[in-house]
Design a protein around this ligand. Structure first.
Ligand code: NFS
Ligand code: SF4
Length: 656
C-alpha cells in the first residue's frame, strides 16, 4: 500500500493533526477527504452557471454536450470563469487598498484615533512622484492629498492608473497594443463582471485579455496602493528578528491570534496591547502577559512592522485552535475558514469577527471602527483576556516548534544592505547577477492548499532554487512556510545556498530568502524589478530580466489575480496546480504559450516542485544567455549537500 501522504511538512502541524485525530476534531484535510472525488467539470473549468438556463457543463471528452444551452463553447466557459475569478481576487486586494487609503485620509484629517503618519519619507517620495506640492505643508496636508489621489484611481474612468507610469516603457507599450492598459480599479473589475454576464463577451481571447487587465489593476492599482500607503501610515518596514510557528504561543500568557489581512485592525491591536491597563487585566486573570501572534497575511503585516511573531500560515488557523491555548482569535477578512466556529467549539477559544465586510455564522461580531481604533482594540483585547479564565488546562498542548526569522525587507530597504549603508543602490545586486554569482531572482509566493502536503512544495522549490544560486523573495503564506522552516535566516545560506549566492549573502549577512511582506506586497517585487531595470545592465523590460515567479501551493482567487499581473507584466510564472481551464486546450495553450508573444511571459503549470525548479532554472539561463551575461561562476551546489553545512571546496571568497 502506498504510504499515506503527510498532511504537513511542518512537525508542529503534524503534532496538531495527530492530536485532532485523537480528539475527534475535524479539520480541513478531513473535509477534503470527505469531498473527494471533487467535481471534474469544475476542476477543468467546464461548468457554467452564469444564467438560469444552466447550469451547463461541457463533456471534456467530446462525447456528450459540447456547448452550453446558449451555445457557449468550452473555450468561452473556461475563459469566462477564469476572468470572474481573476476579478474577485483583484477586488479583494483592491478593496483592502481602498481601506488603507480611507484610513490614511481619516488620519490626515485627524478623524482616526491612534494612527499617525509613520512613514514620512515614503509620503514625501510619493507626493513628489504624483506632483503633489510638499513645500511649507504639514505631513497631514500632504497625506490628505495623497490619499485622495490614490482613491481617485479606484473611481477613475480614463487616463490610466497613476502607478502605471512606473512600469518600463516596453511593458506599457505591450499593454497599450493589446488593449489591457489598466484604467480604473473599480471600472476594470466591473468591466469583467459585465463582460462575463450571460450574452456578454463570448470570444475566449477577449476574455483572457480582460483577465490580464483585472490582474493589472490589482498589481499596479489596488495592491500597490495598499503597500505604498501602508508604508506611509504604519511605517516602512526594516529588517527585524522574530519567530514563527505554534511554539510562539505561551502557556502562561493570554494568547490572542490575529488572522486575516487588513493591517488597520492588527496595527491598532499591537498598540493597544502595550498599555498598563491591558497588563493589569492580564494580571487580574492570573496571566503573565499577553502574547499576540498572527496567522496569514495580517501576521506578515505586524511581523514586518512590529516583530510580532507568526503562529502560522493558512492551514495553521485550525491547528492553532487545537493547542487549546488560544484565548481569542480576531479575524477581519480573507482566507478565514468558517470552520473555525466548529473547531473552536471544542475549546474555550472565542472567535471574533470585526470587519463590516465579513460576518460569520457563530462568531462573535465586534465591529472594528478605525475612527475609534484604540477603543475598539482595547475592547477586543479585554474580551480575550477575560476568556483566559475559561481555558481548560487539560486540553492545552502547545508544540515547542518555532524558528527564528528575519523579516521586513522592502524595495527601498533591502538593497541598502547590498549596497552598504551609505550607498543604497541596486548596483551590487545587478553586478552579482551580471558576474554570475546570482543566477536570478525568483518570487515564491502564495497559499497553502489541502490538496498537497502543507509547505512541502514551497520548501522543496525554495531549496532547489537556492542550490542553483537563485536569490528568493517571498510574501504571504509562502514566506511563512519558509519562516517556519528556518529559511529566512542567515544560517540558511550555509545550509542551502550555492557558492555564488553564499558569497553575496555572507558579505552582507542577508538570509537567502527575503521576506517582503503580505500578498499585497507582491508589488514590492514589481518595484524591485523596476529598480533592477533602472540600474542598468540587465535590460529595460521585465521580460528581459532573469527573474520568475512561483505559487506552488496556490488556492485563492487572489493568486489568480497576482498570476495575471505578474505574467501580464512580463514575468514567467510557475503555478502548482494548473489554473481551472484545462478543459479548454485553446485557453491552456494561450496561457502557457501564446501569452508570451503578447505580454512577454507565460504561465507554466507544474505540481512537482523539483520539475518546477528545473523550469525556472532553465528560464533564468535562457534570459541570461539572451543578455549575453557571464556564465555562472560556480556549478550548482550538489543536492546531497542540502541541509548540511557546506561550502564549495577551496573557493576563495571574492569581494562582492
Ligand atoms: Ni495570499 Fe494572504 Fe495565504 Fe493565500 Fe490567503 S493569507 S493574501 S491568499 S492563503 S497566501
Ligand atoms: Fe449555460 Fe450559457 Fe447560461 Fe452558461 S450562460 S449557464 S453556458 S446557457
Amino acid at each position: 500500500m502506498p504510504e499515506a501522504k503527510r498532511v504537513s511538512a511542518d512537525v508542529a502541524a503534524d503534532e496538531m493533526v495527530r492530536l485532532a485525530q485523537e480528539r475527534g476534531d475535524r479539520l480541513a484535510h478531513d473535509r477534503y477527504q470527505a469531498m473527494r472525488p471533487q467535481c471534474g467539470f469544475g476542476q477543468l473549468g467546464l461548468c457554467c452557471h452564469n444564467c438560469n438556463m444552466g447550469p451547463c457543463r461541457i463533456d471534456p471528452f467530446g462525447q456528450g454536450t459540447r456547448e452550453g444551452i446558449c451555445g457557449a463553447s468550452a473555450d468561452v466557459i473556461a475563459a469566462r470563469n477564469l476572468a470572474r475569478r481573476a476579478a474577485v481576487g483583484s477586488a479583494a486586494h483592491s478593496d483592502h487598498g481602498r481601506s488603507i487609503a480611507m484610513t490614511l485620509l481619516e488620519t490626515a484629517r485627524g478623524q482616526a484615533q491612534g494612527y499617525s503618519i509613520k512613514g514620512p519619507a515614503k509620503l514625501l517620495a510619493l507626493a513628489k512622484e504624483w506632483g503633489i506640492a510638499t513645500d511649507k505643508r504639514s505631513l497631514e496636508e500632504i497625506a490628505e492629498e495623497v490619499a485622495l489621489a490614490a482613491l481617485e484611481d479606484f473611481g477613475r474612468q480614463d487616463g490610466g492608473l497613476r502607478f502605471v507610469s512606473r512600469a518600463p516603457a516596453k511593458v506599457q507599450a505591450r499593454w497599450e497594443s493589446h488593449g489591457v492598459m489598466p484604467r480604473g480599479v473599480d471600472r476594470d473589475i466591473v468591466g469583467v463582471l459585465h463582460s462575463t454576464n450571460m450574452g456578454g463577451s463570448n470570444e475566449p481571447y477577449h476574455l483572457l485579455r480582460s483577465c490580464v487587465r483585472a490582474g493589472l489593476v490589482d498589481g499596479w492599482g489596488g495592491s500597490m496602493v495598499a503597500t505604498e500607503l501602508s508604508d506611509i501610515l504604519f511605517g516602512e518596514p526594516a529588517p527585524l528578528v522574530s519567530e514563527a510557528n505554534l511554539g510562539v504561543l505561551k502557556e502562561d500568557h493570554v494568547n490572542i491570534l490575529v488572522h486575516g489581512h487588513e493591517p488597520v485592525l492588527s496595527d491598532a491591536l499591537v498598540a493597544a496591547s502595550q498599555t498598563d491597563e491591558v497588563m493589569a487585566a492580564c494580571e487580574a486573570v492570573g496571566a503573565k502577559g499577553i502574547q499576540l501572534a498572527g496567522i496569514c497575511c495580517t501576521a506578515n503585516e505586524i511581523l514586518m512592522r512590529h516583530g510580532v511573531p507568526i503562529a502560522g500560515n493558512l492551514l495553521h488557523q485550525e491547528f492553532a485552535l487545537v493547542t487549546g491555548a488560544v484565548d481569542m482569535m480576531v479575524v477581519d477578512i480573507q482566507c478565514i475558514f468558517p470552520s473555525l466556529r466548529a473547531v473552536a467549539g471544542k475549546y474555550h477559544t472565542k472567535i471574533v469577527s470585526t470587519s463590516p465586510k465579513a460576518h460569520f455564522e457563530g462568531f462573535t461580531h465586534i465591529e472594528f471602527d478605525e475612527r475609534r481604533a484604540l477603543d475598539s482594540a482595547r475592547t477586543l483585547l479585554l474580551t480575550g483576556i477575560q476568556n483566559f479564565a475559561n481555558r481548560d488546562p487539560g486540553k492545552v498542548h502547545i508544540p515547542t516548534d518555532k524558528s527564528p526569522l528575519i523579516a521586513g525587507f522592502t524595495t527601498e530597504g533591502v538593497f541598502d544592505h547590498l549596497g552598504g549603508r551609505y550607498r543604497p543602490s541596486y548596483r551590487p545586486l545587478n553586478n552579482a547577477i551580471i558576474d554570475g554569482r546570482i543566477r536570478g531572482v525568483v518570487g515564491i509566493v502564495g497559499c497553502n492548499t489541502v490538496k498537497i502536503t502543507q509547505d512541502e512544495a514551497h520548501l522543496t522549490l525554495a531549496k532547489e532554487l537556492l542550490r542553483h544560486d537563485v536569490l528568493i523573495v517571498q510574501t504571504g503564506c509562502s514566506a511563512i512556510a519558509c519562516g517556519k522552516a528556518g529559511l529566512l535566516t542567515p544560517e540558511a545560506v550555509e545550509l542551502y545556498a550555492g557558492a555564488g549566492l553564499q558569497e553575496v549573502c555572507d558579505a552582507v549577512g542577508l538570509p537567502p530568502c527575503l521576506h517582503l511582506g503580505a500578498c499585497v506586497d507582491n508589488t514590492r517585487i514589481l518595484t524591485a524589478c523596476i529598480e533592477i531595470c533602472r540600474e542598468g545592465g540587465l535590460g529595460d523590460d521585465f521580460a528581459e530580466l532573469p527573474v520568475a515567479g512561483a505559487a506552488p501551493e496556490w488556492m485563492s482567487d487572489k493568486a489568480i489575480a497576482i498570476g495575471f499581473y505578474v505574467v501580464g507584466s512580463g514575468i514567467f510564472t510557475v503555478v502548482g496546480d494548473s489554473l481551472p481551464i484545462m478543459g479548454s486546450p485553446r485557453v491552456a495553450d494561450y496561457l502557457t504559450g501564446g501569452m508570451e508573444e503578447d505580454f512577454g511571459a507565460r504561465f507554466a503549470f507544474e505540481r512537482d516542485p523539483l520539475k518546477a525548479a528545473a523550469l525556472i532554472v532553465e528560464h533564468l539561463n535562457a534570459k541570461r544567455e539572451a543578455l549575453h551575461l557571464s556564465p555562472m561562476i560556480y556549478e550548482p551546489r550538489p543536492a546531497e549537500t542540502l541541509g548540511k553545512r557546506w561550502r564549495a571546496g577551496g573557493v576563495a571568497l571574492a569581494a562582492v
